[in-house]
Write a protein that binds this ligand. Sequence first.
Ligand code: NDP
Ligand code: MG
Length: 389
Amino acid sequence: MKKIMLLGATGSIGTQTIDVVLQHQDQFQIIGLGAGKNIKKLMEILQLLKDVQYVSVANQEDAEVLSQTYPSLTIFYGDEGLKQLASIQSYDVLVNAVVGFRGLVPTLCAIEQDKDVALANKESLVAGGPLVMEALKKHQVCLYPIDSEHSAIFQCLQGNKLSQVDKLILTASGGSFRDYTREQLTNVTVEQALAHPNWDMGGRITIDSATMMNKGFEVIEAHYLFDIPYDQIEVILHRESIIHSMVQYQDSAIMAQLGSADMRVPIQYALSYPERLSMKQHKPFRFIDYPTLHFTPVDFKRYPLLALAYEVGKKKGNLGAIMNAADEEAVALFLNEQITFLDIEEYVQQAVQHIPYIEHPTLEDILDSDRQARNFVRELASRKENMNG
Ligand code: NDP
Ligand code: MG
């Protein structure tokens, strides 16, 4: 029985993780749940899962109400609560499916407790890649990718040698505006941006898919997970999201992992590895439904944040943390209809340019760069608002 600590339980990856666990109750048990503000959903989940002993929520008031309703549970709150969950001894694997930079510290805490981590929270690697890799090496535990592209690569690497890889090929759907020119992006709405053609995901990653910031994050994530140089990581547009990613070897053979766009597959593989378990699919994949698959090169001018991510990745230091924080803040402002879609790109680029570079940041430096980038973006947004108002 594998005991799971699940952060981000009420989100898109979190609820699909619960679905996987409920399908294999003889193998997996969730003993702790981290949620944010969706208490209704959390209470529904608590009805379904009988082995939960620990819970954390974003706010203290919610934690107090929950303590009265569930006196047998240990309840934490805030970012400290996520850290406390990750630091508990009695679990085997942390599934980190919280969104945003706040996922980094729990990832580090779990590793420091000698726990394996199944990682959806790519921000952990974008902002703190070197810290996470160093901790993994020191504690000799495993990091299993949940992100579909990285799970695909991980699967394509089985039985092969990393040293014989020629390149990794990450596929990208192109997001909600893939058929728009840059001119057409000027007046797009939040509603349009949230309508992803292939995947049903949380708000932030859906917007990040439309700007391709997400693909940029994934390039950095791949660099750390598979220890491969940036010039051996290629991105290709593949609008159907059937091939989840590929590995090309030195002998020119290419391995691809494919199937329906269903995140439960990579989630389950991260939990069951090296075994494969059965899965009830909502929509089993049939090749005959896809007589044609499309592949096109990415235009870096169309997607400047993808180009920026390669640059940031190569320069390392605190730039990943700055880029992530600026994007996190800008996306929140866009979702709140306070800035335009194109402002997101502008603000992220400016933050990366203006916030002081630190070559070998400590965790404290990373936390500080994150704060600086957020303030910087908020400042830009309010200056623009004042100018317009
Ligand atoms: P969602 O927005 O659907 O879920 C985010 C989760 O984080 C929710 O459980 C939310 O809680 C929780 N959360 C938010 N704020 C806080 C907080 N202050 N304290 C504690 N918990 C908080 O996101 P996704 O599931 O889409 O994404 C999660 C992660 O997985 C991201 O890093 C994303 O990049 C990655 N990922 C997602 C994929 C997908 O298909 N969705 C694919 C690949 C990677 P609540 O709702 O209760 O407020
Ligand atoms: Mg992905």
